[in-house]
Write a protein that binds this ligand. Structure first.
Ligand code: PEP
Length: 251
């Protein structure tokens, strides 16, 4: 199973900067990308085309959408459909990122609709889950992750191809804060995610990838990637520069 090294560029970068960053990344890792790594770039929608061009001939690179609306088409002003992402060359999409849950108020059920519909339309889906600092302090990590996964995966068919479903554990308190979960916390949470997947999908769950996200940097990437049940990382801030993300990708 290839480790999935994802760059979430959030609402950063105009087209030219996106193009230069993607080109810089391809150049930096073209001779050093380990065989067992897949690099995924999730740019803003307006930069999808530029990034697609930049990674076109780069083996091991993929393009993804940060979000979509779970419908074929229709009167949904301001939204984008999975087929539009596919049309732009995307093969992956995120659902349930904490910024969408907490800033845009997306509920577990809505996140679940996206996971199901995105898979149905042919995208590989990354479901993000994770607790806030208050939930952790209250000892509710398991309750929160279980609820987000139960609802988020409720419509996923049992025969889903395992490589098309990834769960990213991203403790909300570690996203964009510089705080990283420690190895013990990561192993504990990823063990929980794996066991929930096993309850739902049986042995196939072992072939699904689990990413860690939350202030991953070149300095901590190698240790995080060596932990049990860590099959990749989802990186925000440190993915914005080709220099730092290339060091993470090859860590
Ligand atoms: C993210 O955007 O998913 C993320 C983990 O951000 P950061 O790496 O900046 O914490």
């Amino acid at each position: 199973m290839k480790k999935l090294m994802a760059a979430n560029w959030k609402m950063y970068k105009l087209r030219e900067e996106a193009k230069l960053t993607a080109e810089g990344l391809v150049k930096a890792v073209k001779d050093s990308l380990p065989q067992d790594r897949e690099v995924l770039i999730l740019p803003p929608f307006t930069a999808l085309r530029s990034v697609r061009k930049a990674i076109k001939k780069a083996p091991g690179f993929a393009l993804g959408g940060q979000n979509f609306f779970p419908s074929m088409q229709g009167a949904f002003t301001g939204e984008i459909a999975p087929d539009m992402l596919l049309d732009m060359g995307c093969t992956y999409a995120l659902a349930g990122h904490s910024e969408r849950r907490h800033i845009m108020g997306e509920a577990d059920e809505f996140v679940g609709q996206k996971v199901t519909f995105g898979l149905e339309r042919g995208l590989s889906m990354i479901l993000c889950v994770g607790e806030t600092i208050d939930e952790r302090k209250e000892g509710r990590l398991e309750e929160v992750v279980r609820r987000q996964m139960d609802t988020g995966l409720a419509g996923v068919p049992a025969d889903v191809a395992p490589e098309r479903l990834t769960v990213a554990y991203e403790p909300v308190w570690a996203i964009g804060t510089g705080l990283t979960a420690g190895p013990k916390e990561i192993v504990e949470a990823h063990g929980l995610v794996r066991s929930i997947l096993q309850d739902k999908f049986g042995a196939k769950a072992l072939e699904m990838r689990l990413q860690y996200g939350g202030s991953v940097k070149p300095e901590n990437a190698s240790e995080i990637l060596s932990l049990d049940n860590v099959d990749g990382v989802l990186v925000g801030g440190s993915s914005l520069s080709a220099e730092s993300f290339s060091r993470i990708v090859t860590a």
